[in-house]
Design a protein around this ligand. Structure first.
Ligand code: C5P
Length: 222
């Protein structure tokens, strides 16, 4: 049985992709499976935390002891997180939030009348950056999926979004990340870093939650 090092802590975790509507029957999305976020929710629960899991559409069953909030779009995910974050101790942004959404959602199904179709997109709110900015007592953890210069981009993201910790993975390696059951992460914080070697996402989730729990306590001890 894992140590109850997160006993009594409130943790909000986002997971999965978001779906951005184009018209009543179409959307754009991405390949996120939600596996890493759901594994983190399970690990946090096993370590004694109370978990709110804000999830985009995935084919996974949520741990029954989690408070599950299902959403589709980035805007819905943003609203759900902001409503839950005030009482939280830790926020983990594991969702693959769509960076942009179609600027006008058509009320009727788009017809194939033309040879070309142009969609215009508008930027979605950055949920993680908003939490870090608006709730400075919350310990914030982000993910960075990169295809190159993993460490440089991850450190830059840590600083720019004012995060406490960031977990970076190299998505150019198709045997790990996205739909895979395996992953490897390099975790960065202001004063250090740690590599978590290739492992099952469930195993990796425990290792990451262990690090989060240590650094959360450091932040609140100082
Ligand atoms: O900037 P980038 O999308 O690479 O940052 C990834 C991190 O930010 C992830 O933790 C992701 O969950 C979070 N994010 C977010 N809202 C967005 C975009 C990213 O919470 N709109």
């Amino acid at each position: 049985k894992p140590q109850q090092s997160l006993a009594g802590k409130q943790i909000v975790i986002t997971a999965g992709p978001t779906q951005e509507a184009i018209d009543p029957v179409r959307y754009i999305s991405n390949h996120s499976s939600g596996k890493m976020g759901y594994a983190l929710a399970n690990a946090a629960l096993a370590m004694g935390a109370e978990v709110t899991l804000v999830s985009g559409p995935v084919n996974l069953s949520a741990p029954c002891s989690a408070n599950l909030i299902k959403v589709e779009s980035a805007q819905q995910m943003h609203a759900a997180v902001m409503a839950e974050i005030e009482n939280a101790d830790i926020f983990i942004g594991c969702a693959a939030v769509a960076d942009y959404r179609p600027s006008d959602v058509q009320n009727q199904k788009i017809k194939k009348n033309n040879q070309e179709l142009t969609l215009t997109f508008i930027k979605n709110p950055d949920i993680l950056a908003d939490v870090a900015k608006q709730q400075q007592s919350v310990f914030t953890v982000g993910f960075a999926a990169e295809t190159q210069d993993v460490s440089r981009y991850a450190k830059e993201k840590l600083a720019r979004k004012q995060l406490d910790m960031i977990a970076a993975n190299d998505v150019s390696n198709s045997s790990i990340g996205f739909n895979s059951d395996q992953n490897a992460l390099t975790v960065f914080w202001k004063e250090g870093e740690k590599s978590l070697e290739v492992a099952d996402k469930r195993q990796l989730a425990f290792e990451l939650m262990q690090l989060v729990s240590e650094h959360y306590r450091n932040k609140h001890a100082s």
